[in-house]
Design a protein around this ligand. Structure first.
Ligand code: RAM
Length: 331
């Protein structure tokens, strides 16, 4: 072999070694969502990629089932265990059903955290809430009550009936209703499964069953769009106010057309960023999840774990005619 050829072969070999070494060192973090095709989770994934870039040694695997069910997420988890990822950061479709699969992942040395929608403490190392649960519960009722000075019938259109986050928010909402919002009458709670077609059908069902309905509260970004579209299509703008938790980029048109007065949400990009940051720091053993621990999350700041190893981020933010345009450009 000529000297030059030898040099080229050696260089190519070292380059390959270098690439392999770099890959081997990267922390593989799976961001598992309730279901794919949901703009809220796509925004969280933006934040996840941002964190990966900042941390420098992370590969993100953005994944989830097509339908928001626990069974489908269990399949995803099992395949991630087989792929030997380093960490799973999951928004759960069920707090308990995922525990055995996630325990198996932890037994194999995989770091497991939940974010957005929680897993029971025995199935994860920590849980990151977007905001305080009681505050979200009160916020979703207040969003309806603020525009109903006389009070009246309202109904909730939720995501799936087993979703940890929506169920916790609805429980918190029901707790504050009698004392703080005595004129608001919650007539029903229905489930659209974070599926547009099912949410549309459920919204139509509510309007048919409760002709005096004054507001539909949908604490899901998928449900709230479906409900506002139904109210628009049935020419009920001004009669039924749609509110809840909405992604400004998807919802702006319904603030513009009057189907909704106001909605709220937190920053989903920051949430995805923080989930990846925490999963990384636990996986590389830079941080440890234990009650009382204060963990850093890069540009977002810090969170402190409570006695169930859960933490909450910032308060929800209200969007109405005055600011939705500005936020619709961000998420
Ligand atoms: C939907 C999902 C998600 C929830 C948001 C508000 O996108 O159900 O879990 O946090 O709405």
């Amino acid at each position: 072999m000529s000297f030059l050829k030898k040099l080229m072969v050696t260089a190519a070999f070292s380059a390959a070694m270098f690439v392999n070494a770099a890959c081997a060192e990267n922390v593989k973090i799976a961001l598992v969502v309730k279901s794919l095709g949901n703009g809220f989770f796509d925004a969280a994934n933006k934040g996840a990629e941002e964190a990966a870039k900042e941390l420098g040694d992370v590969d993100i695997i953005y994944t989830g089932p097509t339908k928001a069910t626990a069974e489908a997420q269990i399949e995803v988890i099992n395949s991630l265990i087989a792929q030997k990822v380093n960490a799973i950061a999951i928004s759960a479709n069920d707090a308990d059903a995922l525990v055995p699969a996630l325990k198996k992942a932890m037994d194999r040395g995989i770091t497991v955290i939940s974010w957005d929608s929680g897993v029971a403490p025995e199935g994860r190392q920590l849980h990151l809430n977007p905001s305080d649960t009681s505050l979200i519960g009160e916020t979703i009722i207040k969003l309806a009550a603020d525009y109903l000075p006389e009070g009246g019938d309202v109904a909730i259109l939720s995501a799936s009936s087993t979703a940890t986050n929506q169920n916790a928010w609805i429980d918190a909402a029901k707790k504050v209703l009698p004392e703080k919002f005595p004129k608001i009458n919650l007539v029903a709670t229905v489930y659209g499964d974070d599926d547009s077609a099912k949410s549309t059908d459920e919204a139509k069902g509510l309007l048919k069953s409760y002709p005096n309905l004054k507001a539909i509260i949908a604490p899901t970004t998928v449900g709230v769009v479906a409900a506002a579209q139904v109210v628009t299509d049935q020419a009920l703008i001004g009669k039924v106010n749609v509110t809840g938790l909405a992604l400004p980029s998807e919802f702006k048109k319904f603030i513009d057309n009057g189907a909704s007065q106001a909605v709220a949400l937190w920053n989903p990009i920051d949430l995805g960023y923080s989930a990846v940051y925490l999963a990384h720091d636990l996986a590389v053993k830079k941080e440890e999840a234990k009650p009382g621990a204060t963990l850093s999350i890069g540009r977002v700041g810090k969170v402190t774990l409570d006695d169930t190893n859960s933490a909450a981020m910032a308060p929800p933010f209200k969007f109405d005619k005055s600011n939705i345009e500005e936020f619709s450009k961000i998420y």
